[in-house]
Ligand binder design. Structure first.
Ligand code: ADP
Ligand code: MG
Length: 330
């Protein structure tokens, strides 16, 4: 595959040299239940995008819950399995975020996701008893990774939905770099990750969606960063006049109602940004502020249910907004 892509790169460079074609390549791919848009600029853009597509397909196959033969399918079906290094690495990162967020992020949430019908899209509101039973199988401390061997407690299942796209965006950026690309941007169902600066110079501009209406609450100027948003408005269903969304508080087994409508995390590390956006959403404003002060290593924009906007101090100069916002100091 590497040789084929090297060849592709050579052909691509030759074409560019002969006809002076646009040094830009873009691809839209449907994977992991979402639309992925990947764009690279420069002489090696086409081979970088082609190789990124191969990686998307490969990792989707490894992480898929729906496929019993995938890494995750085999762990979920048999409580333990030998997996690829990428799967082991991703699970380890997830466990680190679980322990630093005291379980607000927990990839063993799968049985609860299933109970609410989020996996099959056959939504229903379970009884308190059913939730209590499912929660017996939710506990990241009963997942262990030793090299590439992963095991979980009996009856437990993993769901990488809160971190896989962030991990994947990081892999794509690595591939872009390996291919010699120095400018690019990917959007994996709203998980944005950019490499370097825009091809015409200057920072990438990434809008933060208004979680409770039309338009944007502001625009972030970033280089070499992942920008990942989690919000209750992204996937939900309604029943009996109530809204139930897809981010579950692992302590209650019910959609997190923390007072936040959306959390956008900015970090160089895509997987961390993805997992933290989910975790901080569950933790709420006070928990998120405390976490930011204690850990750092990321920046965030938080929107409360009442519409108030909070921005961590590292973003003060890179967040433009028509709204008033409060700054959270580190
Ligand atoms: P999205 O993937 O829709 O952009 P998130 O990154 O916030 O949004 O991830 C939500 C997904 O993460 C859910 O669909 C589910 O697969 C999983 N999930 C839900 N609650 C949690 C949680 N508390 N910890 C870890 N994963 C979760
Ligand atoms: Mg997430």
């Amino acid at each position: 595959m590497r040789i084929k892509n090297l060849l592709a790169a050579t052909v691509c460079a030759a074409l560019l040299a002969s006809c002076g074609g646009a040094k830009e390549a873009e691809k839209t791919i449907f994977a992991m239940d979402t639309v992925m848009d990947i764009k690279a600029y420069g002489a090696d853009a086409q081979s970088a995008v082609d190789e990124a597509e191969n990686e998307i397909k490969r990792l989707e196959t490894l992480f898929s819950r729906g496929n019993a033969d995938s890494d995750i399918g085999r762990i979920n079906g048999g409580a333990s399995a030998d997996v690829s290094p990428e799967t082991a690495e991703l699970i380890e990162t997830a466990l680190e975020v679980s322990s630093s967020t005291d379980g607000a992020f927990d990839i063993t949430i799968a049985p609860v996701m299933d109970l609410w019908g989020f996996f099959t899209k056959d939504y229903r509101v379970p009884s308190d008893g059913e939730i209590k039973d499912a929660l017996k199988y939710v506990d990241y401390r009963r997942v262990s990774v030793s090299g590439t061997h992963v095991s979980v407690g009996n009856g437990m299942k993993l769901d990488l939905g809160g971190i896989a796209k962030g991990y994947l965006s990081g892999r794509i950026i690595d591939i872009f770099k390996e291919c010699g690309v120095t400018s690019g941007i990917v959007s994996l169902g709203g998980n944005v990750h950019c490499l370097g600066e825009r091809p015409d110079g200057g920072a990438w501009r990434v809008a933060v969606q208004n979680p409770s209406g039309e338009g944007y609450i502001g625009v972030l100027s970033v280089t070499d960063k992942a920008v990942v948003t989690s919000g209750g408005y992204q996937r939900y269903f309604e029943s009996g006049g109530k809204t139930y969304h897809h981010i579950i508080d692992p302590k209650t087994g019910v959609s997190a109602q923390s007072g936040l409508s959306s959390v956008t995390v900015v970090s160089e590390d895509g997987a961390l940004a993805d997992a933290l956006s989910t975790a901080l959403f569950v933790m709420g404003l006070d928990g998120a502020e405390k976490y930011y002060k204690e850990h750092g290593g990321f920046e965030a924009v938080l929107v409360a249910d009442g519409g108030e906007v909070y921005v961590t101090d590292g973003l003060k100069d890179s967040f433009e907004s028509e709204y008033e916002y409060k700054v959270i100091n580190g």
